[in-house]
Ligand binder design. Structure first.
Ligand SMILES: C[S@@+](CC[C@H](N)C(=O)[O-])C[C@H]1O[C@@H](n2cnc3c(N)ncnc32)[C@H](O)[C@@H]1O
Length: 479
């Protein structure tokens, strides 16, 4: 049979087994089921808007399927299958292939899915599988042909809808035919693995970027909370691989290179190497200086409103023990606890410092879980904080410290006639009334993240934008 040139001639699959025009056949949708590896690599495939594009322009490229005892297993094209099901199509065009073993099957899955758009995690799962296969396979197999060209064979949806069930005799014949085609191999032996080739195959640039990605991915696989958070951002397109890697590398800089600030104004930028991205997260420098000035190495620090875990990460870097709690834990090391409702658990008793970064009344209210202290009106919010200070006092050892980070309220919920609410002033009075001894009030200005129009409006309306935030540090007396 004369192999006919098809528009997808440059496809990797074609390089593997030179399909003839007859190798594309309509297959009954009921007989198609996705290979489980597709789910492992790409997760639950949404058909998103594929159904409408399939309806509008028809099936552009065939599925790659393997004939099984019963029906066919889809190696590539699961999203097309889901979309076609949604449209009520009866059949889809497919290339029927017969891999010689599971290794070849897995390669074909990788290669035939080369062109789909992928998240960072999907690319890295592909890379994991490639590394595994390359390591496992004979070294004669080459990755040089990994690049995949465009597949442009266009089928008309109506053709699919109207097509009869495939001629099984022909499918069988083709399957047989394809199985006799040996995959292309090269004489060049393949070094243990090539980061450059894998990077190219998964579409992640060069080997340096791939190695950075791998470092982040590996840390995430080991359940490292900051790496997991970076992977989430990478998947959503909100972070670059380089930034994620830089954060990972810099995470120990406090342990090796921390210079406490000698002044009582602490102005720091957010440091993504500490804590995970979280609404209202704070610069690591504030926690690092608090720990430096008010605790010793080996001390126990407790953060009852741990959020993204900045305190946990900084404490680990500065060699302090740390327990984190939150109403809505964002990381496995943070325990579920509502400090407004009950005193801290026994594990926190006798701690040396409690670092408290509560919601600044209603700021970011919608970002926190139901039951957050930010749900209360201003008077009740103060009463709840008073109760929390009480619980803190019970847990802190005599002579230990409580540090409370709090901003002024300058925008919403200001009492009639007031220009602002000085929460630090009010809370310090409560703390003194409770018997705590004031140690320090440190100015920790918030990073100005105001938009140009807000800045212009503030100048025009003579209304200052709020940046004042204070860290009040008090001590529990030694009785
Ligand atoms: C400003 S955020 C803390 C941010 C954190 N310092 C960081 O750097 O990521 C305040 C946190 O208080 C938590 N919270 C609010 N009410 C709480 C309650 N009653 N008990 C425990 N946590 C609470 C919120 O869930 C939120 O995580």
């Amino acid at each position: 049979m004369q192999a006919q040139k098809l528009p997808y001639q440059t496809s990797r699959i074609e390089l593997l087994f030179e399909p003839s025009s007859q190798s594309i056949v309509p297959i009954d949708i009921e007989k198609l089921a996705p290979h489980p590896l597709l789910k492992t690599l790409y997760g639950q495939d949404p058909s998103d808007n594929l159904a409408s594009s399939l309806k509008a322009i028809g099936q552009i490229s065939p599925l790659l399927v393997e004939k099984m005892d019963q029906g066919f297993q889809v190696l590539s094209g699961n999203r097309r299958l889901l979309a076609a099901r949604e449209l009520g199509w009866k059949s889809l065009q497919a290339i029927v292939c017969k891999p010689s073993d599971d290794h070849q099957r897995q390669w074909w899955i990788l290669e035939s899915n080369h062109q789909r758009s992928k998240t960072f995690s999907q690319k890295m799962r592909e890379a994991d599988l490639m590394e595994h296969l390359v390591k496992d396979e004979s070294r004669t197999r080459s990755l040089a042909n990994l690049s995949v060209g465009p597949k442009l064979r266009v089928f008309d949806g109506s053709e699919c809808l109207n097509s009869d069930t495939p001629d099984l005799a022909e499918v069988e014949h083709l399957t047989e035919l394809l199985s006799t085609q040996t995959p292309q191999t090269t004489k060049k032996s393949f070094p243990r693995r090539s980061d450059t080739q894998i990077a190219k195959a998964i579409g992640l640039g060069g080997k340096d970027l791939y190695r950075q990605a791998r470092a982040v991915w590996k840390a995430a696989q080991a359940n490292d909370a900051r790496a997991l958070s970076s992977v989430k951002e990478l998947d959503g397109g909100g972070k670059t691989v380089f930034a994620a890697f830089k954060d990972l590398r810099r995470r120990d800089h406090l342990a090796t290179d921390f210079k406490p600030t000698p002044y009582d104004v602490w102005l720091f930028k957010h440091d993504r190497a500490y804590g995970t991205r979280y609404p209202g997260s704070i610069p690591a420098g504030i926690v690092a200086n608090t720990l430096h000035y008010f605790t010793e190495p080996g001390d126990l620090v407790v953060d009852p409103m741990a959020g993204g875990g900045t305190t946990l990460d900084v404490a680990a870097s500065l060699n302090r023990k740390c327990l984190g709690f939150d109403l809505s834990p964002s990381r496995p090391e943070i325990n579920l606890w509502n400090i407004a409702r009950e005193p801290l658990p026994e594990s926190a008793n006798g701690c040396d410092l409690i670092f408290l970064d509560p919601p600044y009344h209603s700021m970011l209210r919608s970002s926190y879980a139901e039951g957050s202290v930010s749900d209360h009106n201003q008077d009740d919010w103060k009463l709840v904080l008073e109760r929390i200070f009480d619980h803190a006092k019970t847990a802190i050892r005599p002579g230990g410290h409580l540090a409370v980070l709090i901003a002024n309220q300058t925008e919403k919920d200001i009492p009639d006639g007031w220009g602002y609410v000085d929460h630090a002033f009010d809370l310090l009075q409560i703390l003194i009334k409770q018997g705590f001894l004031p140690q320090r009030r440190v100015t920790c200005p918030m990073e100005g993240a105001y938009r140009p129009d807000q800045i212009q409006k503030s100048r025009l309306n003579k209304r200052l934008l709020g940046q004042v935030r204070d860290l009040i540090v008090v001590r529990k007396p030694v009785e």
